[in-house]
Design a binder for this molecule. Structure first.
Ligand code: SF4
Ligand code: SF4
Length: 60
Protein backbone atom coordinates (compact mmCIF):
# COMPACT_ATOMS: atom_id res chain seq x y z
CA UNK A 1 0.00 0.00 0.00
CA UNK A 2 1.49 3.37 -1.01
CA UNK A 3 1.57 6.19 1.48
CA UNK A 4 3.30 9.56 1.69
CA UNK A 5 5.91 10.30 4.32
CA UNK A 6 6.76 13.91 5.18
CA UNK A 7 10.31 14.91 6.08
CA UNK A 8 9.67 17.61 8.67
CA UNK A 9 13.23 18.87 8.40
CA UNK A 10 12.29 20.10 4.91
CA UNK A 11 8.53 20.81 5.16
CA UNK A 12 7.49 24.45 5.51
CA UNK A 13 3.78 23.67 6.09
CA UNK A 14 2.92 25.56 2.90
CA UNK A 15 -0.19 23.41 2.41
CA UNK A 16 0.43 22.70 -1.28
CA UNK A 17 0.07 18.95 -0.76
CA UNK A 18 -3.31 19.48 0.87
CA UNK A 19 -4.50 21.32 -2.23
CA UNK A 20 -3.16 18.88 -4.82
CA UNK A 21 -3.89 15.48 -3.30
CA UNK A 22 -7.01 14.10 -5.03
CA UNK A 23 -7.76 11.85 -2.06
CA UNK A 24 -7.55 14.35 0.82
CA UNK A 25 -4.79 12.36 2.49
CA UNK A 26 -3.23 15.48 4.04
CA UNK A 27 -4.75 17.82 6.61
CA UNK A 28 -3.57 20.64 8.84
CA UNK A 29 -3.54 19.90 12.55
CA UNK A 30 -2.47 22.67 14.90
CA UNK A 31 -0.80 24.51 11.97
CA UNK A 32 1.18 21.41 11.00
CA UNK A 33 0.54 19.43 7.80
CA UNK A 34 0.03 15.78 8.64
CA UNK A 35 -0.64 12.54 6.75
CA UNK A 36 -4.14 12.17 8.10
CA UNK A 37 -5.58 9.39 5.94
CA UNK A 38 -2.71 7.29 4.56
CA UNK A 39 -5.16 4.46 3.81
CA UNK A 40 -6.77 6.67 1.14
CA UNK A 41 -3.54 7.13 -0.86
CA UNK A 42 -3.69 5.79 -4.43
CA UNK A 43 0.03 6.29 -5.09
CA UNK A 44 -0.33 8.92 -7.84
CA UNK A 45 2.79 10.74 -6.53
CA UNK A 46 1.39 14.19 -7.34
CA UNK A 47 2.35 15.30 -3.85
CA UNK A 48 5.91 14.01 -4.18
CA UNK A 49 6.39 15.72 -7.56
CA UNK A 50 4.80 19.03 -6.58
CA UNK A 51 6.05 19.60 -3.06
CA UNK A 52 8.21 22.72 -3.49
CA UNK A 53 10.65 21.51 -0.84
CA UNK A 54 10.98 17.90 -1.94
CA UNK A 55 9.76 16.94 1.50
CA UNK A 56 7.44 14.09 0.48
CA UNK A 57 8.38 10.55 -0.40
CA UNK A 58 5.66 8.10 -1.42
CA UNK A 59 6.66 4.69 -0.09
CA UNK A 60 5.13 1.29 -0.80
S1 SF4 B 1 3.82 20.63 -0.04
FE1 SF4 B 1 5.71 19.93 0.95
S2 SF4 B 1 6.47 21.71 2.07
FE2 SF4 B 1 4.31 22.10 1.58
S3 SF4 B 1 3.17 21.37 3.37
FE3 SF4 B 1 3.26 19.67 1.92
S4 SF4 B 1 5.07 18.49 2.55
FE4 SF4 B 1 5.24 20.49 3.49
S1 SF4 C 1 0.48 9.94 -3.83
FE1 SF4 C 1 -1.37 10.97 -4.64
S2 SF4 C 1 -3.05 10.13 -3.43
FE2 SF4 C 1 -1.16 9.63 -2.33
S3 SF4 C 1 -0.92 11.30 -0.87
FE3 SF4 C 1 0.23 11.87 -2.71
S4 SF4 C 1 -1.16 13.09 -3.96
FE4 SF4 C 1 -2.38 12.00 -2.41
Amino acid sequence: MPKPVIDYKKCTNCGNCIDICPMQVFEKENDKVVVKKPEECIGCRACEVQCPKGAIKVVD
